[in-house]
Design a protein around this ligand. Structure first.
Ligand code: MOS
Length: 702
């Protein structure tokens, strides 16, 4: 029996829930109400620490409790006890303060206004101890991992014998996830034993299955005693990929009042301290090449920070370890543990800063070798993954570079930087490679039920955070069952459904899709193509044997035309093209949107985004007025295209993930274009007018 024949798959169908969303009828988690069985919800608001290290000595809730509508104030002395061993999740379990912005009290009230006002009135006495908050090369670093690759001395010997050497240090600042929809949870504990799960929650999450498990562990109950729903999620970028403290806080507030729904919405300002962010990084890269630009040696040290609360490492060595050749290679990761908010996932964690540094260094090497940067990358292409020794799953980086160069008009590039002017603007072109692992996670299952008349209900716990799962999983299910997409009643975003892995690591569609195809195949084998109404089956998928034997990656190339104002230093990304090799493209409209979203975020990283933490550990850029992200006015001519291909190592679907590769290398392409325009190499992101003006010669030319 044919497992999968693309028919609906491959069509550029618009989002199936688009009308619901644009008419305000798609209930996001914070909005659930009577229609979802949520009546008379109370509201919770958070009180945060104002010191970076120390302890809470007293919580004075009297003034807050005297206000009308305030029901309770929870602190570490009276909050319900939690289980689990993840310190990030142990909200209000001790007086310890590990960072500025930690939850130290929760106010519960009849209205959100009262809750917020109550949070303002709670007095938290804190005793400060010395805090370590500074991240720079003077911080105290532990070597986190064994050096990867060769003995450092051999690599350095090889470097010193190289015809061309680049030795440069790059940095990326803290970057903060800012999905349109902030985090939210609406939770209730069952007050009648035996009547359904103990904890029910609507949660803005990238994975209802995983979130339910984590909440169960945190509260010390069985996983089947938690039901998490999150059918419509307004973006995440990774911030909703794991449970963060506010999610627990909402469930904890409800725990204190069994039978009562409690709603907790995270404010935009709180998003900067409580829902994860990309840690700042510093990368020293040394590249050595022979006279023809072929890499001989790579030595890299990547520095980053983690919180004392939890170790999540923004590991930047991954991409440099696998991207190009070179016979001697040493990479090491160093980590400083600081009194800072918990670092976590943000689109392409690790790959983004790692690729930024490497792809800027490759641009510098191209200049040193007097080679075209596209040509330098082609010369250093490899068929075998230098990091694992495994063959790549059909690495088509060179095809992406060549196609992009042709489409973008790369041949117009001038050999000398800073020589192309258009009135008051300096104009330059930049390129960078992109890559991302092709992950296919095991553990997802799908339930298929025949509804009669050729219709099927397809259920699983997967999440649509805006990437388009409501649509694409419908397309996959239709093809797997040999019907049209309108014959599929898809139900996702509910942990009561069969388990699904997270919408993260660009793994969702491939992993869930395999389970849909596996379940559909089992269903058709058992019930045939004309099943009886009510026939139902639940099954998972498989991963091809060959998957494990290969280094599974996607590749791509970014091309940027930057215009830099000769006087003000304003940078405009006038044109940008991404070319990607990602296996089968399941829905061109949604895939293009994912690529462009990632590229826009790369422009943000290059030019706009910078979290600033002051000496007191305060995130000073805790809003969208001071933390800048690209807006429509910042984005000009941008496009993404892809190679026509199918990746058989990804199973019948043949598709690799597309969520993250768009950001990988994008910031480097911008930085390289800025260099080409101005001759100024800015190695610390973001590239702002202030970083360029001192080097610009204004309107007088050079
Ligand atoms: Mo993405 S950072 O893997 O959710």
């Amino acid at each position: 029996m044919t497992a999968f024949t693309p028919h609906e798959t491959g069509r550029g169908l618009p989002r199936r829930e688009a009308l619901l969303k644009v008419t305000g009828r798609a209930p996001y988690s914070a909005e659930v109400g009577p229609a979802q069985g949520v009546h008379d919800a109370w509201h919770a608001a958070l009180v945060l620490s104002s010191i970076a290290s120390g302890r809470v000595t007293a919580v004075d809730a009297a003034q807050a409790l005297a206000q009308p509508g305030i029901v309770a104030v929870l602190d570490h002395t009276n909050a319900p006890r939690l289980a689990g061993d993840d310190d990030e999740h142990l909200v209000l379990q001790s007086e310890r303060i590990e960072f500025r912005g930690q939850i130290v009290a929760i106010v519960i009230a009849e209205s959100s206004e009262a809750a917020r006002e109550g949070a303002r009135l709670v007095r938290v006495a804190q005793e400060a101890t010395a805090a370590r908050t500074r991240f720079d090369l003077d911080a105290e670093f532990e070597a986190e991992r064994e050096p990867h690759g060769d003995d450092a001395a051999r690599t350095l010997a090889s470097l010193s014998g190289a015809a061309h050497v680049v030795d440069a240090t790059y940095s990326t600042p803290p970057e903060h996830n800012n999905p349109m929809e902030p985090h939210a949870i609406v939770a209730r504990w069952n007050d009648s034993p035996g009547g359904g799960p103990q904890l029910e929650a609507w949660l803005s999450t990238q994975g209802a299955t995983g979130a339910a498990k984590t909440l169960a562990t945190t509260f010390g109950i069985d996983a089947d005693q938690v039901r998490v729903r999150g059918e419509y999620v307004g973006g995440g970028f990774g911030s909703k990929g794991v449970v963060h403290a506010p999610d627990v806080a909402g469930a904890l507030a409800a725990r204190a009042h069994p039978g009562r729904w409690v709603r907790l919405t995270v404010t935009r300002q709180q998003m900067f301290v409580l829902t994860g962010y990309r840690a700042p990084t510093i990368e020293r890269i040394r590249l050595g090449a022979d006279a023809d630009g072929r890499l001989l040696a790579l030595d890299m040290t990547a520095y980053t920070q983690v919180s004392t609360v939890k170790q999540f490492i923004e590991g930047a060595t991954g991409v440099p370890a696998m991207m190009y050749g070179g016979e001697r290679r040493t990479l090491r990761q160093k980590v400083a543990t600081l009194n800072v908010p918990v670092t976590s996932w943000m689109r392409a964690p690790g790959e983004m800063p790692g690729a930024h540094a490497l792809e800027c260094a490759m641009d510098e090497l191209a200049r040193a070798c007097d080679l075209d940067p596209v040509e330098l990358r082609i010369r250093n292409d490899v068929a075998t993954d230098p990091a694992t020794g495994k063959p790549f799953n059909g690495r088509r980086l060179v095809d992406c570079l060549r196609l992009g160069a042709m489409r973008f008009g790369w041949s117009e590039r001038q050999a000398e930087p800073g020589t192309t002017r258009d009135g008051e603007w300096l104009v330059g072109l930049g390129v960078a490679s992109a890559t991302y692992p092709a992950l296919m996670q095991r553990g997802s299952e799908t339930s298929i039920e025949a509804l009669g008349s050729g219709r099927y209900r397809v259920r699983m716990g997967s999440a649509d955070i805006g990437q388009g799962a409501w649509t694409v999983l419908g397309q996959i299910a239709a093809d797997a069952l040999g019907v049209g997409i309108d014959d599929i009643d898809l139900q996702i975003g509910d942990s009561a459904g069969p388990p699904a892995t997270v919408a993260g690591g660009s793994s969702g569609t491939a992993s869930w899709g395999a389970s849909i195809i596996g379940a559909a195949q089992a269903f058709r084998e058992k019930f045939g193509d004309d099943p009886g109404q009510g026939d139902e089956l639940r099954a998972g998928g498989t991963r091809p044997e060959e998957y494990k034997k290969h280094a599974m990656h996607s590749f791509g190339a970014h091309f940027v035309q930057a215009r830099v104002h000769a006087v003000t230093g304003e940078v405009r990304v006038a044109r940008m093209l991404g070319v990607f090799s990602v296996g089968r493209v399941l829905n061109p409209m949604l895939v293009r949107s994912q690529f462009i979203g990632g590229m826009v975020m790369g422009i943000g990283a290059a030019l706009h985004e910078a979290g600033v933490r002051d000496e007191l550990g305060h995130v000073a850029t805790g809003d969208l007025a001071s933390y800048h992200v690209p807006t429509h006015a910042d984005i000009a001519d941008i496009d993404a295209i892809w190679l026509d291909e199918v990746d058989p190592l990804m199973g019948p679907l043949g598709a690799r993930g597309v969520g993250e590769i768009g950001i990988v290398g994008a910031s480097a392409a911008v930085a390289n274009a800025v260099f080409d325009a101005t001759g100024i190499r800015v190695r610390d992101l973001p590239i702002t007018p202030a970083t360029l003006v001192p080097g610009l010669t204004g309107l007088t030319g050079r």
